[in-house]
Design a protein around this ligand. Sequence first.
Ligand code: HEM
Length: 182
Amino acid sequence: MLLILIVVIAGAVTGQATQINHAWATFIMRWLHVLSGVMWIGLLWYLNFVQVPTMPKIQPVESRTAITKFIAPNVLWWFRYAALATVVTGLLLAWMNNYFLQAFTLRPGFVMIGIGMWMALVMAFNVWFIIWPAQQKILGLVEATAEEKAAAAPRALYASRFNTMFSIGMLYCMVAQQNAPI
Ligand code: HEM
């Protein structure tokens, strides 16, 4: 509501009504892409900078189930669907910008966004095929032996840390396309 009000008032004040065309549709896709990207990376950073380091400090130990049984499964749901939404909107955005193949094949002028897209795809792969299956075992959402749980913990941790480090460079490449393309 507030956003609609801002858009309408801004249009009235400046006398520049929004034109509904391809440029506008691309802009809306960019907005949806950044929204879902913020949701994904925000939760990734919450997990790495807040939840994981704080867990061992929670006392008594039984109260940690508030995190493992309630907060973490909810975080992981938003986390993986935000990752999926980011990938879908990002790919659509590249296609609407007419540089889908040039970006993926790292052609001159599209090297930065291409690297960013490859990095983000590796991260999304980690979310869906490494972190999520491992977390399901750790949180007891699927049947797993004690050994399987023990093996899943470092796998989830390292994949999550890898994504956190990758997110810094990936975001540089995302925003570089508009400001410092190579
Ligand atoms: C596979 C996943 C992704 C793909 C395919 C993708 C693709 C794209 C494309 C094509 C653009 C437009 C670049 C331009 O021409 O200026 C873009 C911009 C952007 N992306 Fe992504 N992206 C992905 C993941 C992410 C993630 C995880 C984030 C995290 C927040 C993100 C944040 C951004 C931002 C902030 C911009 C710049 C928007 C602007 O400058 O107006 N992207 N992305």
